[in-house]
Design a protein around this ligand. Structure first.
Ligand SMILES: C[S@@+](CC[C@H](N)C(=O)[O-])C[C@H]1O[C@@H](n2cnc3c(N)ncnc32)[C@H](O)[C@@H]1O
Length: 279
């Protein structure tokens, strides 16, 4: 299979703007990213490349965020090796250690998560994932029915399960993510995570005590009414994948109109996560 490599050279801008660009590139099908000295490279199977979407994205970058890019076709390569060379273990809140199978274990951490992300989002490295992990560490999951919407690798579902959740439903519309959750739940020997491919239509009237959703502002705004119908009274809703400045007020207002009380927020490099309770 032929692949397309796009090399992005950052001429000016902030790290969070780069993160946002990576997330937008993932939305148009880029599935592997590698840091370089002056920016990063992104990869996509040649058959999936939508050049017009890429050009539109690059034409609409924020003012002050200047990026050069070069598109070239390359032969397929060993993606796992590329990913392994870019993936370092991380610690969250001094309590949770996220590593891959090829890293040494650290048994002194109360929670260890082994992740084989291959091509799906969620190694704990992204600020939004680590803020969600932090929320899970700080809150009570014992005996809870949990939904992880937009589960990626299943990293949040796995920590919820390890923190005593009764059952976790992990949902993602990307089949690669669902396969990755199935692999990762085996690696972590948790047996109460159900993984389903789809979106909120798969919920079929199920009700949860806790909902986790790290997606993006627009999808969250679209799905909030469904979360309100799918959560118990006093159930907890944790959202991330959006910006504090531009997005939080909008999400808070919509959540409030649906009966959610805003409880707290976390912010890292302008990325935000927030906790709500259904009243
Ligand atoms: C930012 S990643 C979060 C992954 C993981 N939960 C984490 O915290 O690291 C968002 C995930 O949501 C999925 N997603 C995006 N839109 C979705 C939708 N409408 N329905 C279900 N999943 C969606 C993407 O495929 C992606 O895996």
């Amino acid at each position: 299979m032929k692949y397309i490599e796009v090399i992005f050279q950052m001429l000016s801008g902030e790290e969070w703007q780069k993160d946002l660009l990576v997330s937008d590139l993932a939305d148009i099908g880029f599935d592997t990213f590698e840091d370089t000295e002056s920016g990063f490279a992104a990869y996509i199977p040649a058959a999936n490349l939508d050049l017009q979407a890429l050009e539109t994205l690059m034409l609409n970058l924020d003012e002050g965020f200047e990026v050069d890019y070069k598109v070239q076709e390359i032969e397929n390569q060993n993606w796992n090796k590329l990913w392994e060379s870019n993936f370092n273990p991380i610690e969250v809140g001094g309590q949770c250690y996220v590593r891959a199978t090829f890293h040494d274990a650290k048994p002194d951490f109360p929670y260890e998560i082994i992740i084989d992300p291959k091509m799906s989002f969620g190694t704990g490295h992204h600020q939004t994932t680590s803020m969600m992990l932090q929320y899970i560490l700080e809150n009570d999951f014992e005996g809870k029915q949990v939904l992880d919407m937009g589960c990626g690798t299943g990293i949040l579902a796995i920590l919820a399960s390890k923190k005593g959740a009764n059952a976790v439903l992990a949902v993602d519309y990307d089949e690669i993510c669902v396969d990755s959750v199935i692999e990762n739940r085996l690696l972590n020997t948790v047996d109460n995570i159900e993984a389903i491919c789809g979106s909120f239509e798969v919920l079929e009237g199920r009700i949860f005590d806790t909902i986790l959703a790290n997606i993006n502002r627009n999808i969250l705004l679209e799905q909030l009414p469904q979360y309100a119908l799918s959560i118990n009274k006093n159930g907890e809703l944790y959202l991330s994948g959006f910006y504090e400045q531009e997005d939080l007020a909008m999400l808070r207002d919509t959540a409030k109109s649906l009966g959610f009380e805003f409880i707290s927020k976390k912010v890292l490099n302008n990325w935000c996560a927030a906790k709500f309770v259904k009243r």
